[in-house]
Design a protein around this ligand. Structure first.
Ligand code: ADP
Length: 432
């Protein structure tokens, strides 16, 4: 389940950020290509102007000069001297070149209706640049040409120049750029996927932990409930065939186990309640010393029954009021004092102390009981954890300290445990 959510989140985040990255890249590519196209066309126009100037300034057109213009294959130049083609250098007007020239001428005449050398243009020099697209796949050079048709009046008649520049190499440059951007985008997507995979896993970690805790909570709860329930069921099964005395004994056991279940369920419910809604606190100003005294008084008879000395030490001077939830603090004190009595042997003693220092209230419950090993100190606040599971199993489910911890946390305080000097455990609560 979590794995599926993890994968979906990763894909969703990657898709959203990936789409943004790709959209931005496409926008950049569009702007950059538009600029490149414009610049490339301007460069052609510029070159054409230079070539035409050169042609106009040569009194005699040297074949070397004309051949040099075509060198490098950037331009195809056709010149007609008074209407007849001028051949120069190694240039042979082969069929392919002638076909290309004728097509450009055709296109030019049909599109612009100006015939070089006609009366319209015979008085002055004239040139026109345009982009010519060849019909499908005839010429290996590529389909698009920048073209210029120029009419240059000369002393002995006129020159007509057709200058063509194949755009294929420029298109190759554009497609190389597109490939580069596509590769960068793919790489970015892969990196985004890896990043979001780890990031969402980190985000989901608390959910995974909480699910684990929930599972172990349910497992432990079921385990704890199974014992009293099976006792109840066996007693109930035996009642019909037992004598009166036994029946009463079974009923007593059923009531006892029922109340164990009731207590366990109420502890579980309060923890489940904290988890789902958070603890609802009704904070008011209270005298903490009164709460401590009341709690000690409540447990005095139980302590006496076990021959344990339960005493309290309060400050002599009056204390400021503590803003807290009275019932929760009473619950906290009762968990700590009840535990202290449970885990202290007969003849031991328990000291509950209240101090106020540096704007903090410090309550400590110190017993001379069995103590808690360092290993167990790390785990006793976990739900259902019991240092000695067999000890007092019926009364203790290992939930008390979890509830105590939650109460203290909700009051923005701290709860810790240390050893009592001379043996036993001391639980210390710090409240703001
Ligand atoms: P329980 O209901 O089992 O007491 P708690 O959460 O209150 O559950 O305590 C968890 C475990 O911590 C207990 O099972 C016990 O082993 C240990 N513990 C708690 N308080 C004391 C104490 N005062 N002295 C020794 N051990 C204690």
């Amino acid at each position: 389940m979590i794995k599926k959510v993890h994968l979906r989140l990763t894909l969703l985040c990657t898709a959203v950020t990936g789409a943004i990255v790709i959209a931005m890249t496409l926008l950049y590519l569009y702007v950059s290509e538009s600029n490149m196209r414009e610049n490339h066309y301007y460069a052609f126009q510029n070159d054409v102007n230079n070539i035409l100037n050169g042609l106009q300034n040569q009194s005699v057109l040297s074949s070397y000069y004309l051949a040099s213009l075509e060198a490098g294959g950037r331009y195809l130049i056709f010149i007609e001297d008074n209407g007849s083609p001028l051949l120069y250098g190694n240039i042979v007007e082969n069929e392919e070149r002638m076909e290309l020239l004728n097509k450009v001428k055709e296109y030019y005449q049909s599109s612009y209706e100006i015939i070089p050398g006609s009366t319209v243009t015979s008085l002055s020099s004239y040139h026109l640049e345009f982009i010519y697209t060849l019909p499908e796949g005839k010429f290996p050079m590529g389909q698009d040409y920048y073209a210029c048709v120029a009419y240059l009046p000369a002393e002995s008649g006129s020159l007509t120049a057709y200058i063509l520049a194949p755009v294929s190499s420029f298109y190759q440059q554009l497609s190389r750029q597109r490939m580069l951007f596509a590769t960068i985008n793919l790489l970015a997507l892969a990196l985004l996927y890896l990043f979001f995979y780890r990031f969402t896993r980190h985000l989901l970690q608390p959910v995974v932990e909480s699910q684990k805790k929930q599972n172990s909570f349910i497992a432990s709860a079921s385990h704890e409930l199974r014992t009293p329930l099976s006792v109840i069921l066996s007693c109930a099964a035996l009642i019909p065939e037992s004598g009166r005395e036994k029946q009463e004994q079974f009923c007593h056991t059923i009531r006892q186990e029922g109340s164990v279940m009731k207590r366990l369920l109420s502890e579980m419910l309060s923890l489940a309640d904290f988890d789902s809604r958070g603890m609802e606190l009704h904070k008011e100003a209270h005298e903490l010393d009164t709460l401590v005294l009341n709690s000690v008084e409540t447990f005095e008879p139980v302590a006496k029954e076990k021959n344990i000395r339960l005493t309290s030490t309060l400050p002599d001077s009056s204390l400021p009021l503590c803003i807290c939830d009275k019932h929760k603090i009473e619950q906290l004190l009762s968990i700590l004092v009840h535990n202290a009595i449970s885990y202290t042997n007969e003849g031991g003693s328990i000291q509950v102390t209240l101090k106020h220092a540096k704007k903090h209230f410090i309550i400590s419950v110190a017993d001379t009981g069995i103590g808690i090993s360092d290993e167990d100190k790390k785990r006793i606040f976990e739900r259902f954890y019991r240092a000695d599971a067999s000890h007092n199993a019926k009364e203790h489910f290992g939930l008390g300290l979890s509830i105590a911890q939650t109460i203290v946390k909700q009051h923005h305080g701290k709860l810790r445990v240390t050893d009592t000097e001379g043996g036993g455990s001391t639980f210390i609560v710090e409240l703001g």
